[in-house]
Design a protein around this ligand. Structure first.
Ligand code: AHG
Ligand code: MN
Ligand code: MN
Length: 338
């Protein structure tokens, strides 16, 4: 008997093993994640042939953030909702692409979990075949029963019980945490299964890559500008100057930062006092993953996970990466001179 199976850990098997670490888990949680992986495979199937089925190009409408909504965004948004609405694990959902919270159809049973998601991240890159992704966050409901509420969907990031992202790239990977470390699974298209490929991911203590849209330089605070100049100065002991890598898909820039170390920034600027990235759909899930991998995620002052949300679609400045790099960046934000 070929012993491949003894080495092959599918995501289903991993989720069940993770669930056994949570005594109060009822199998409900693994059912939720199983449904989510189905949705993700359907999105992967479309993203991997988008150019062939005319899913490229925009759906001709704008979302609440004023972003041009691409057809694949709409497809991904609807696919996740329809895959998750009947399993009985959720009481409510919220999506970056929908202004209001998403109630489940009356006919389906309600569960104890809440799902927030960015159905397609980096969608401005779809037509250029640059890696894009999906980001998700799972909370336990705080409302009593029946339909979930907006309060269920605007909990502090610290309350997340799981977070993850999928990156549809040269290979399709799903990375997630339930608070017991960070695990990466690579999709084997030949069997349509996500197989464990990255056991217990940890971010390097220090990197030598910084990732930011330097086109916004003139709009940043002085401290951020000084930090960028500092990274560009030569200092062999600290591997400076750092390299600049910026893909413009958060999931891709995050994934590289998680694996290689360094820092990703989307600072506030004089035009957008709260920056561009969304707290509930992007910053919180990625901050949970990063802290589980030994990294740091702040809004320039405090931990992202400690921010008390005030609205479903609020934005936040985002600085995330290796401990050493975030510490240095914070010193410049707090007034350190070059
Ligand atoms: P989304 O496609 O979900 O709207 O996210 C886009 C975000 C994020 O993916 C990326 O980090 C950022 O937009 C890039 O913004 P800029 O083009 O302003 O650099
Ligand atoms: Mn996004
Ligand atoms: Mn998006």
């Amino acid at each position: 008997m070929v012993d491949t199976l003894s080495k092959v850990v599918t995501i289903e098997r991993h989720i069940i093993e993770q669930e056994r670490l949570h005594p109060d888990a009822t199998g409900d949680f693994s059912g939720l994640l199983h449904d989510l992986t189905l949705a993700v495979k359907l999105i992967w199937r479309e993203t991997s042939k988008a150019g062939l089925v005319n899913l490229l190009g925009s759906a001709g409408k704008e979302n609440i953030h004023g972003d041009q909504v691409k057809k694949l965004d709409v497809f991904a948004d609807e696919t996740i909702y329809k895959a998750m609405d009947h399993g009985g694990h959720l009481c409510v959902m919220a999506s970056e692409e929908n202004e209001k919270i998403l109630y489940l159809p009356e006919k389906y049973p309600k569960g104890k979990y809440v799902l927030l998601y960015d159905p397609l991240d980096g969608s401005s890159n779809i037509d250029a075949n640059v890696s894009i992704g999906t980001i998700f966050s799972i909370y336990k409901r705080i409302s009593a029963d029946g339909n979930g509420t907006e309060a269920d969907c605007t909990q502090q990031g610290l309350k997340q019980i799981a977070a993850g992202y999928i990156i549809y790239g040269s290979s399709t990977m799903l990375v997630y945490t339930t608070g017991e470390g960070v695990f990466g699974f690579t999709l084997d298209p030949s069997i349509g299964e996500f197989l464990l490929s990255h056991e217990n991911i940890k971010i390097p203590e220090k990197g030598k890559i910084y990732s930011v849209n330097e086109g916004n330089y003139k709009y940043w605070d002085e401290g951020v500008k000084k930090y960028i100049k500092y990274l560009q100065e030569e200092d062999k002991n600290e591997s400076r100057p750092y390299s600049l890598r910026y893909i413009g898909s958060l999931v891709s820039d995050f994934h590289r930062t998680l694996l290689y170390g360094g820092i990703f920034m989307y600072p506030a600027d004089i035009r957008n006092k709260k920056g561009k990235l969304r707290l509930m759909y992007e910053a919180n899930p990625l901050a949970m993953i990063l802290e589980q991998a030994g990294g740091v995620a702040i809004d320039g002052e405090k931990r992202i996970l400690e921010i008390k949300p005030e609205s479903l679609h609020q934005k936040t400045p985002l600085f995330l990466g290796s401990k050493f790099d975030i510490k240095t960046c914070k010193e410049f934000i707090d007034g350190r001179e070059l």
